[in-house]
Design a protein around this ligand. Sequence first.
Ligand code: FES
Length: 68
Amino acid sequence: GTSVLEVAHHYDIDIEGACEASLACSTCHVILEEEYFDKLEEATEREEDLLDMAPGLAETSRLGCQVI
Ligand code: FES
């Protein structure tokens, strides 16, 4: 599938993806619409751990490279 991070890059939206989707950074942090967030599979523990380090963490935060 195509991740939110890849879609953003396609449209020249500047989200970083420092680790290239290998779940080793939090630079691809995105805050989603609640409606969309609710439809996703839950984040893995590893994603949650990285999200905890993301600045501006919100209720509907995810790592963009993990949102397919
Ligand atoms: Fe590093 Fe998403 S690009 S976790």
